[in-house]
Design a protein around this ligand. Structure first.
Ligand code: FAD
Length: 316
């Protein structure tokens, strides 16, 4: 059961640390996040596998030292089919059963249609299939007799035990030619065996809610978690817009620019994220996925603002 006293499902996202000091700070952050009772804590994967070992270390910490489920992001970037299979097997051997399969981004300066950075796998859908295949190869084949059929049919009962999330883009992927293409891509990921999606950040509830409506009409069945990113300074807003290609949210931008104190800016970001979260939850969102930026206090304040009260962690 969740450690929160309101029935709100939520998850967190962190990134692998770059220094020893950051690694030790992150374990404390994870302790606080895990104590709030998330569905899972996901750990991003750096471009070109640059964070392979540190991602796995963080995932192992979540899995072995906390009660939270650890979700590993994996990308298609730079791997041959054999290398990608080996990597997936390594994560499965470490006990990881939840994945977020993403394609990964081209290096800075690459042309939008350049796919040479990818390797053998060219889309998140192919990575989803590969995770299922590698998982299926690890478990014994189980024969199940289906009554009424002339002969026994075999099914691999373990297949459904892997949770595989994928990315969704309420305002369209920057390379997407049309809204239809984004929905078709999501359908392709579903067909490949994904059972969850997490959205790119967005700034208006209607961006998410209208996207869900279009996805449901097209036949997307799995839960689509809204990705909520606290924007607690004008610098962070600029950086996020640069990375995501989202449009400038004028109202939030002005509020942050005119507020002179860091504390005030932080509160503006929290209040904005709380309103956004409340609106998407009221519109039927199945929960919240909170981008934690490797800090616990801001995202826990957002949960509190949404009426979920994480139990204070008894930690050093
Ligand atoms: P895909 O689903 O493969 O799609 C990429 C593009 O190809 C889109 O334009 C899509 O429309 C098009 N496309 C795909 N399939 C088809 C098809 N069958 N027919 C036509 N067009 C198609 N990046 C990292 O490097 N590490 C991370 O840890 C990471 N985590 C992320 C977490 C979330 C929640 C999100 C939203 C993104 C994350 N990313 C991460 C970024 C992601 O790698 C990029 O956004 C990438 O450009 C797209 O990834 P994708 O999985 O959506 O790709």
């Amino acid at each position: 059961m969740s450690a929160c006293d309101a029935r709100l499902a939520f998850s967190f996202e962190v990134y692998p640390p770059k220094t020893v000091a950051a690694a030790s700070a992150l374990t404390r952050t994870i302790d606080h996040l895990a104590a709030a009772g998330p569905e899972f804590i996901s750990v991003t994967y750096g471009a070109n596998g640059s964070s392979r070992n540190s991602s796995l270390d963080v995932l192992r910490y979540i899995k072995d030292q906390t009660s939270a489920d650890a979700m590993a992001h994996l990308t298609c970037v730079g791997s041959s089919h054999t290398e990608a299979s080996r990597l997936i097997r390594e994560f499965l051997d470490a006990g990881i059963r939840s994945f977020l399969a993403v394609r990964g981004d081209a290096p800075q300066g690459a042309a939008p249609d350049d796919t040479t950075f990818l390797g053998d796998l060219h889309s998140a859908g192919e990575l989803v299939q590969l995770i299922h295949r590698v998982q299926a190869e690890r478990v014994p084949y189980t024969e199940t007799v289906i009554p009424g059929l002339p002969s026994a049919r075999g099914v691999k009962t373990e297949r459904s035990k892997v949770r595989i999330g994928v990315a969704a883009f309420p305002n369209g992927h920057p390379n997407s030619r049309s809204v239809t293409q984004d929905i078709d891509t999501l359908l392709a990921k579903q067909a490949a065996g994904a059972n969850l999606a997490i959205t790119q950040l967005f700034f208006h509830a209607d961006d998410y809610l209208s996207f869900i409506q279009r996805a449901r009409s097209a036949g997307v069945l799995f839960p689509i978690l809204p990705g909520i990113m606290p924007v607690t300074s004008p610098n962070r807003l600029r950086r996020i817009l640069q990375l995501s290609g989202e449009k400038l949210p004028a109202e939030l931008s002005i509020e942050l620019e005119v507020e002179p104190t860091e504390q005030g800016q932080r509160q503006i970001g929290i209040d904005y994220a709380v309103r956004l979260s409340q609106d998407v939850l009221a519109g039927g969102a199945p929960g919240l996925h909170l981008y934690a930026f490797n800090q616990h206090d801001t995202v826990l304040s957002i949960l509190e603002g949404c009426g979920a009260r994480p139990v204070p962690a008894a930690m050093p």
